[in-house]
Design a protein around this ligand. Sequence first.
Ligand SMILES: *Cc1c(COP(=O)(O)O)cnc(C)c1O
Length: 207
Amino acid sequence: MIKSKLVDLNQKDKSPKIIAVSKTFKINHILPLIEYGHLDYGENKVQEALEKWEDIKSKNDKINLHLIGKLQTNKVKFAVKIFDFIHSLDNEKLAKKIAEEQVKQQKRPKIFIQINVGLESQKSGIHKKNLLEFYNFSVNLGLDVIGLMCIPPFGEDSSTFFSQMHDLNKLINLKELSMGMSADYLKALEYKSTYLRIGSNIFGQRS
Ligand SMILES: *Cc1c(COP(=O)(O)O)cnc(C)c1O
């Protein structure tokens, strides 16, 4: 009896989470999903997240808010306050600032290291060759790094990149993978994504 229960729990643990990416949408558009009971939401701007979510989160402490966009060091204070997950850690200055702030606020967000998996000059994320060093650096600062995140190059087959991410994650023994959006989430599942970030498929086209 007990054993089969444990197995069930493990299975449940393994099913991927869906982050409903609510950026740009007004809270009225998001409320039906909140009332339905969905708990994970993604925003890409700190200011917008504060305005939209502070009130709702104070009434529903089960909601997890995920920062999926770039984080500037001067906004870390507010980001640590409102976000439970940060998916875009990609430099040492930012890591230090988050480490400082989590001590001050006594709140430890879960962190993903963003990988610039397509080596695009305009994109955020670290080069994969620096991963091990940067991971150790961040963990030594006290950050709760739980996995890796990527945004594959637009217009290319994501599978190649998801496959690389899967291998990188294994290399440093991390459990979580934040990858897959509306257009490629099924491919992300093939490579064991654990956090799908889905916007337009849930809320409709953004203007
Ligand atoms: C906007 C955004 C998403 C969601 O994109 P959709 O194509 O609407 O699903 C996912 N991840 C990041 C980093 C985003 O900025």
